[in-house]
Design a protein around this ligand. Structure first.
Ligand SMILES: Cc1cc2nc3c(=O)[nH]c(=O)nc-3n(C[C@H](O)[C@H](O)[C@H](O)COP(=O)(O)OP(=O)(O)OC[C@H]3O[C@@H](n4cnc5c(N)ncnc54)[C@H](O)[C@@H]3O)c2cc1C
Length: 438
């Protein structure tokens, strides 16, 4: 198929066989994202930076909206577009260690984090990314990257040392702290609006095993369990990071905690996770040492066919007093609530250093609703939490509204992001839906 049947111009020779249109047997597994079924006019499958340049030129010539996709896990479903052209980077998925002594790794944007973990493990290296192996490098590493080891190692973007970007006009630019510093700044937190990042150079950490505890407790309705969870984190060394889910279970609310410790001996892990067993009535408790890739396993890899529609919003909290903790616990009756510890190494970075400015907060609170619940249900669930939120993280926001932009990129950060997006992409080819006008 060369594009003619979809009412599109033929693709250039370079992309021959790598355009997928309705009717092509590959279309069913390429049209959609994890959260949304879509009907793009075409999906292009470049395999190199030169292909991405050609794909972008071709897509622009069609005069249709363009979507960029790395792993297809974006919650807003923006990596596909009805009647538009998707540039799918899954063919750019190389992972190479550039300099073992410096732990410098080059990762192409279309790789999944499960593949990155698997490729780096034999080198004794890891990159703290997220909690799911099927998430793509490109979307996560242009937004932030709240991983299993976030308090130890900070966000994924905090380890990015250079990026290669195809700009809207087809120019290929390498950006780092010295060359194109403004582009480098914007890519780390607001990368979706500047161009197509084809590769990241990332400083990995030396890590083989991690301690993992799965702890389930009954969360008290007065919020004291959630408050104590935050208190344990506040007092703990940054080797400890945790993610927790609050779920109604019959008349009670269960807090299911995954605690990950960046330590290679159970003797170190046990005392760090022990206080978490005390924060509510203990329902379940397991502890193990596992290789890092176990946390983002290749068993997570799958095609994205719109299988998980949901609406999600989030807020970053600074401190967790009685009132906040009660509000979080109450919200669990109306939405799926996840808590992620942030703080630690995330807060070592100055707020102005990257386009992710939230460097003093210590908890990320995420709320999701699933069909048949819709936007009104999410708003109702979030209504008790909104006043406690001190900023938001772009990658857990599924509704691209201007108000979301202001929470994600507050104040001067937002003005700088908007200027960068306009400078590198004056016609707004990539401009996210919630972008303000410059
Ligand atoms: C099940 C699940 C678990 C998650 N867990 C975590 C987690 O633990 N921690 C965390 O931080 N986040 C997590 N996320 C959120 C995740 O970071 C975002 O959804 C991210 O955008 C997904 O990246 P992707 O490449 O798969 O997305 P895609 O859907 O491919 O892309 C989303 C958007 O990102 C932009 N984009 C993608 N690739 C590029 C590129 N190469 N250059 C420029 N812009 C690009 C585009 O605007 C695109 O529309 C999770 C999401 C899901 C669905």
């Amino acid at each position: 198929m060369n594009g003619r049947n979809a009412g599109l111009a033929p693709v250039p020779e370079q992309l021959s066989g790598r355009i997928v249109t309705p009717g092509d047997r590959r279309y069913a597994t390429l049209r959609s994202t994890y959260t949304r079924r879509a009907t793009p006019a075409a999906v292009l499958l470049p395999r190199s930076t030169a292909d991405v340049v050609a794909a972008l030129r071709y897509a622009r010539e069609q005069g249709r909206p363009i979507a960029v996709r790395s792993g297809g896990h974006g919650l807003a479903g923006s990596s596909s577009v009805d009647d538009g052209v998707v540039i799918d980077l899954s063919g750019l998925n190389r992972i190479e260690v550039l300099d073992h002594a410096a732990r410098l790794v080059r990762v192409q944007a279309g790789a999944r984090w499960a593949e990155v973990a698997r490729a780096l493990a034999p080198h004794g290296l890891a990159i703290s990314s997220g909690d799911h192996g099927n998430v793509g490098v490109g979307g996560l590493a242009t937004g932030g990257g709240v991983g299993w080891l976030v308090r130890s190692y900070g966000l994924t973007i905090d380890h990015v040392r250079a990026v290669e970007v195809v700009l809207a006009d087809g120019t290929v630019v390498r950006a780092d702290a010295r060359r194109e510093p403004e582009l480098f700044w914007a890519v780390r937190g607001a990368g979706a609006g500047v161009g197509i990042v084809v590769a990241f150079e990332i400083e990995a950490v030396e890590l083989r095993q991690v301690g993992v505890a799965q702890i389930a407790v009954e969360a008290r309705p007065d919020g004291s369990t959630v408050r104590q969870w935050a208190e344990v984190l506040r007092r703990s060394p940054r080797e400890l990071s945790t993610a927790a889910v609050l779920m109604p279970y019959g008349p009670m609310t269960v807090m299911s905690i995954t605690a990950v410790v960046a330590a290679e001996s159970l003797r170190r892990v046990r005392p760090l996770v022990a206080p978490l067993r005390e924060i509510g009535t203990l329902l379940d408790d397991r502890i193990d040492l596992v290789p890092y890739p176990t946390l983002v396993p290749t068993s997570h890899l799958h095609a994205n066919v719109g299988q998980q529609p949901n609406l999600t919003t989030n807020g970053l909290f600074t401190g967790m007093g009685d009132e906040q903790a009660r509000a979080v616990t109450r919200a669990a009756g109306r939405a799926l609530i996840q808590l992620r510890s942030v703080g630690g190494a995330v807060n070592d970075v100055a707020a102005t250093e990257t386009a992710y400015p939230h460097r003093h907060q210590d908890t990320l609170v995420i709320a999701s609703v699933f069909p048949p619940q819709g936007s009104a249900a999410l708003d109702a669930a979030w209504s008790g939490l909104a006043k406690h939120a001190d900023g938001a993280y772009v990658n857990f926001e599924s509704r691209p509204r201007p108000a979301a932009f202001d929470r994600v990129y507050p104040g001067e950060t937002g003005r700088r992001v908007a200027r960068a997006w306009h400078w590198y992409d004056p016609e707004g080819i990539f401009r996210p839906a919630y972008s303000p006008r410059v």
